[in-house]
Design a protein around this ligand. Sequence first.
Ligand SMILES: [Zn+2]
Length: 234
Amino acid sequence: MSLERLEKALKGIQSNYSFANEHGLVKAGAKAHGVNLSEGGVFDSLEMTSEGKGAYNARLVKQDEDLEELALGLQKAESLTVICEDYRQSAQVANELGINNDDGKDAILATAGGPTQPMEGDNLERHNSLVEFIIAFHEVNSTALIRLIAHDGVCGGHASYIGTAKKAREAKKEEDLEEAVKAEDTVMIAHVRILAIQLVENKVDKEILKGGLAKVSEENKYQGIKWFDLFTDN
Ligand SMILES: [Zn+2]
């Protein structure tokens, strides 16, 4: 099968997504949280400190990357994981999944918002290029598992994020917190489900798609991935 569409999609990702250091906010966030910014391509491992802290790990398509070679690598990948670059969960998700290595087996697209690219305004192009990339990837690699993993605890990449749990926590309103956390999970999961439905409508096989929510809402600590069904309410 032709890799042309995948190469074109990679170009789209390259031009519509930027590395972490181009986002003033990520840089400031990294400084405020005392973590590193770490950049690389989709087959590079994600950075984790010995204290178990992650970096803001951006794993995109590098400007100097040979797209033809990258497309060939993706054709042979065992999985593609789409996550947010957020320091609270990027490397931790990769470690939990056992894919945090650079042996070229598993691809990781880590970017602000991950699979929850806002679907409106200036960000629509980012969302659309993600959709096109996943479709093109699946066309040349129909057996690789595709994981779409969002996170809770306010995702900076998601412009319309409601942030109700954060507000309840700040106001020390324990009685509201449980409801708020649930509401935030619902928003993030619903967003990933919309993406999954778009993919299936474009001939991506339901069976290879997996949806997850990385929990980080408690004191910014990683608590693991909660898997959910992309096509039912479970
Ligand atoms: Zn995020």
